[in-house]
Write a protein that binds this ligand. Sequence first.
Ligand code: CTP
Length: 410
Amino acid sequence: MNGRRVLLVVGGGIAAYKVPELVRALRQAGCQVRCALTEAAAAFVSPLVLQSLTGQPVCRSLLSAGEEGQIGHIELADWAELVLIAPASADLLARMAGGHAGDLPTAVLLATRAPLLAAPAMNVNMWEHPATQANVALLRERGVRFAGPESGELACGWQGSGRMSEPGALAAQAALLLGTRSLAGARVLVTAGGTRERLDAVRVLANRSSGKMGFAVAAEAARRGAEVVLVAAPCALPTPAGVRRVDVESALEMREAVRAEAPGAAVVVMSAAVADFRPARPQSHKIKKEELAEDAGLHIELLRNPDILAELCAARPAAAPGAPPVPIVVGFAAESRDLLAAARRKLARKGCDLLVANDIRQPGGGFESDENAVVLLDAAGGAEELPRLPKAEVAAHLWDRVEKLREPGL
Ligand code: CTP
């Protein structure tokens, strides 16, 4: 984790006594560490100890001109590559779930785009309370990862679930989440979201893609150190940390953006749901009912859109024997029948190196969901079926596969 930037948000709880050891474990692994303390945390662990161990001033107050002058809360949020919340008290989890920003730690947690890893620690009854469990479920849904809590004897005298995970285990989880920098130096282009094809001044033809999968793919590539450009069709998602976003609307605009950004890319991942057709004559005004004969339907003529993925693959120069193709191209396939056979045909037709196929009829998988169950098909005939996983984890598997394809000689 050499040089990686970890922000440690310390909540108020007796487990805070383990935080100095956690700082040491992170520092020994090479991380730069900064600490942000809640008011309650400062009652359990000495800010001076944390300052000495991190070599950085401890951040505590949102309203202190001196502190904000050194590093403002937004700067701190942007600085972090990973935010580790340890201990994550019941109160801090509740405030995170509620989107509070009334003190420095919660403001930073709201402002950061870095991945969050929470290590809960509290009394077993507090942990098992439906309010806490609902907060944890909500935070998980938003992408917060959890480490622990462990079971055992608790500081309050109770037995059960509520002990903070050990510092060594937390540092190991942090290393996993920070990723490997394995894509450092590589330029990566990702498309995401569903394109919109204009029909008139107010109407569009759209599809159900939420963009979540493509955004997760872009975020994971950035975490692995790639220079990432994300060509995004309309979707209400925040740009992942370290990613340059180019917004487009229609398939034709996406094609232009891909053509402009693809040169120099080592990998292109096309996860966008591109409309296959567009209205032949989009109107600049609003189509009015009175323009149509009474009871007449509206007939829309549609033109075929270009296949951006197939065009990109066809334009690639032939790879030298034993060398990986440049760029490596990954396609997606949303299928509703005969998943494997249809996806295999699509891979051959489009000419890409890897195809991520999902069955859109599966409940909870695919569109709009936070999870996906996919099969990864490669051009050599290999197929890897993944279990239903959060999209961030699907993205990690995808990049593991792409990294293998980039190894020379394969
Ligand atoms: N794609 C593309 N341009 C299009 C349509 C699709 O680049 N005009 C890309 C998508 O980004 C995705 C892959 O092609 O990576 C497959 O998309 P999908 O909608 O599953 O397939 P289609 O090409 O639309 O084929 P079909 O309609 O037969 O399923």
